[in-house]
Design a protein around this ligand. Structure first.
Ligand code: BMA
Length: 331
């Protein structure tokens, strides 16, 4: 395995000075780690569904009780009001938990993709809600799949999702995982699956890649982030667990507006790499940046929401023209 070495964020990225913008301290119910949130704009407000892992004891990975999802809303995308109780939890004889929500507004309804750990593998789910408390589950994949994100509108009369199946057996028994795309006429039955981006196409990933925030529409195509993972077995204790050897960085690419399985351009280096103290120190798993929400403002500012170190939720901003230029530059 080729080691990746030092990685730096692109200079167009500005971390918000109030980072982290949401932590477990702000949560009015049992909460230890708040991260990997889905964020969208809906009816004039920013809405967030975040992952809440509860029961952990700081300093070790013991005590873990479970995961639920919480809801928060905001007028400015920075300061959040958190609902008094969790909004979503799946747990029964078969299902262990649901986590890593991603939100997409389609025709004024809020759709949430999420991962589901079950006793028989990890599945990807899609639910729809109008009030953030009642969710109708529309579909669940077979294992193993997760990191699904929906496009905000139909393309050629089909709903489209990016996803990240994780075929271990056929990829040499390692984490060689890639980004795929499927379509659907009803959000329930999915097919026409195609490979979009392979892990070997990303120079700073020696492990796996996966979709990050849901794609946003621009004049040059669908702009979307992805997470890219590199592993170094020399890395030892990087968080609360005995050993954490992975690093999660963020990549950015542009997909064809009419045929989103086609990559029009991809920036060859990471857009964001773990550098700030809340990304690299004191977290449950350090060196993890995991984006779940991307919003383009009218001013051209882009807000990128990401989980940092599997512990807190953060915000970075950039300008749309800079992001498009990165994707389209030949370097
Ligand atoms: C992935 C997912 C994410 C998590 C990341 C780093 O496999 O479980 O939820 O942020 O690992 O731990």
């Amino acid at each position: 395995m080729e080691l990746i070495g030092q990685l730096k964020s692109n200079k167009c990225i500005k971390r918000h000075p109030e980072n982290p913008i949401l932590t477990a301290k702000a949560i009015p119910y049992e909460s230890d780690l708040i991260f990997n949130a889905g964020v969208a704009k809906y009816q004039g407000k920013y809405i967030m569904v975040f992952r809440n892992d509860y029961g952990y004891k700081k300093g070790g990975s013991y005590g873990f009780k479970g995961t639920n999802l919480g809801f928060a809303y905001s007028d400015d995308g920075i300061n959040w009001d958190v609902q008094s109780k969790p909004c979503f939890e799946l747990k029964d004889e078969e299902i262990i938990r649901a986590y890593d929500p991603r939100l997409t507004v389609i025709d004024e309804r809020v759709y949430m993709c999420f991962a589901v750990d079950t006793k028989h593998g990890t599945r990807g789910g899609i639910a729809v809600t109008d009030d953030f408390n009642n969710f109708e589950i529309l579909t669940m994949t077979v294992p193993d799949n997760r990191n699904m994100v929906l496009f905000p509108e139909k393309i050629n009369d089909k709903f489209i999702r990016l996803e990240r199946p994780f075929p271990v057996y056929s990829r040499g028994g390692k984490d060689r995982f890639d980004i795929w795309l499927s379509d659907s006429t009803d959000l329930k039955y999915w097919g026409n699956s195609n490979l979009v981006l392979a892990v070997e196409d990303v120079a700073y990933a020696n492990d796996k890649i996966g979709p990050a925030a849901p794609p946003v529409k621009t004049q040059k195509g669908w702009l979307t982030t992805f997470h890219a993972v590199d592993k170094d077995e020399e890395r030892g204790k990087n968080g609360w667990e005995e050993k954490w050897q992975k690093r999660y960085s963020v990549g950015i690419m542009l997909l064809n507006i009419d045929n989103p399985a086609e990559v029009v351009g991809m920036y060859k280096e990471p857009l964001i790499a773990p550098e700030a103290p809340y990304e690299t120190r004191d977290g449950f798993r350090n060196n993890v940046i995991f984006p779940g929400g991307m919003i383009i403002e009218k001013s051209g500012e882009v807000k990128l929401y990401y989980g940092a170190a599997d512990t807190v939720e953060c915000l970075a901003t950039a300008y749309i023209d800079d992001l498009l230029n990165l994707c389209l530059s030949k370097k």
